[in-house]
Design a binder for this molecule. Structure first.
Ligand code: ZN
Length: 290
């Protein structure tokens, strides 16, 4: 059995059309529902405030919500933040999800895939069960602000982290569930650069590995990727926008969406693949590790 976790990061992208960022959520909700595909959604607090009505469409029993920070601002990098700020951010994001969606978040993914030992300590105290920020064996770690050279050596399978390092195994009750990577991360931007055939091949390699090691396959896309660009002037560019690799993406946003749907359908076409949300996966992991 190959556990498959489809994760979506939901943040406000100021360089993308805001209205479209709202309406795309309904389309994603509808199409994934049709595929019976549960989604793990990591959302920022400000997106929850701005897109509330649309996020409600995603609030089904199949989907779960995790914390993705406050506003994904340039400085919201959990590798560098002080313990006090981390605590107040996580408290705020936690209660915002509880109040707005009437359910509590059980997972975390830092903006820019950032995390730290302090962050994990605070998550654990808050009752959060998993951290999805680590990208074990992702070679382009320098391309992500939260990236860390220790990603290269962090465990490939889900692990309990050490209290001293989020990238090593230890005694913390939290689970780190790494993003699927083999040098490249298994994420939508790689799909937009290398195409569907490459991603299907990538998936088949991950699946072979999973059959042997039981490693879950974790895929990531962002909801804003399917919305039109807006051009910001220089003064507005204090916000993290396009990375260097952006230039090579397929620019047709409808095509991007179709490619993702094709890839998801392909992944689901294998009998051994079991789609799960992050909470279902942690329950499964805890049952099977007894
Ligand atoms: Zn993000």
């Amino acid at each position: 059995m190959v556990p498959l976790l489809i994760t979506m990061d939901l943040e406000i992208a100021k360089d993308h059309n805001t209205e479209e960022q709202k309406t795309i959520l309904e389309k994603i909700s509808f199409d994934l529902n049709k595929l019976h595909l549960p989604l793990s959604i990591f959302l920022t607090s400000d997106s929850l405030d701005l897109f509330k009505m649309h996020i409600h469409k995603l609030n089904s029993p199949d989907n779960v919500f995790g914390i993705h920070g406050i506003d994904h601002g340039f400085n919201e990098n959990y590798k560098n933040l002080d313990e006090e700020i981390i605590r107040s951010n996580i408290d705020y994001a936690f209660y915002n999800i509880c109040n707005s969606l009437c359910r509590s978040p059980e997972s975390f993914r830092g903006p820019f895939m950032s995390t730290s030992s302090d962050t994990q300590k605070i998550l654990t105290k808050k009752g959060i069960k998993s951290d999805f920020s680590v990208c074990s064996q992702r070679m382009d770690f320098m391309n992500s602000k939260g990236g860390d050279i220790r990603w290269l050596f962090s465990p490939r399978l889900p692990y309990h982290p050490s209290v001293k390092s989020p990238y090593r195994t230890g005694e913390s009750p939290l689970w780190v569930v790494p993003l699927s990577c083999i040098g490249f991360p298994f994420i939508s931007s790689v799909l937009y650069i290398f195409g569907l055939r490459f991603m299907k091949y990538f998936f088949r390699i991950l699946m072979k590995e999973s059959m042997i090691t039981k490693k879950p396959i974790v895929y990531l896309f962002h909801s804003y990727e399917f919305t039109g660009d807006v051009y910001l002037n220089k003064s507005e560019l204090n916000y993290p926008v396009s990375s260097f690799f952006h230039k090579f993406y397929i620019s047709d946003v409808k095509k991007r969406y179709e490619l993702n749907i094709c890839l998801l359908k392909y992944m689901l076409s294998f009998d051994s693949v079991f789609p799960m949300n992050s909470s279902q996966y942690i329950n499964y992991l805890e049952r099977s590790s007894i």
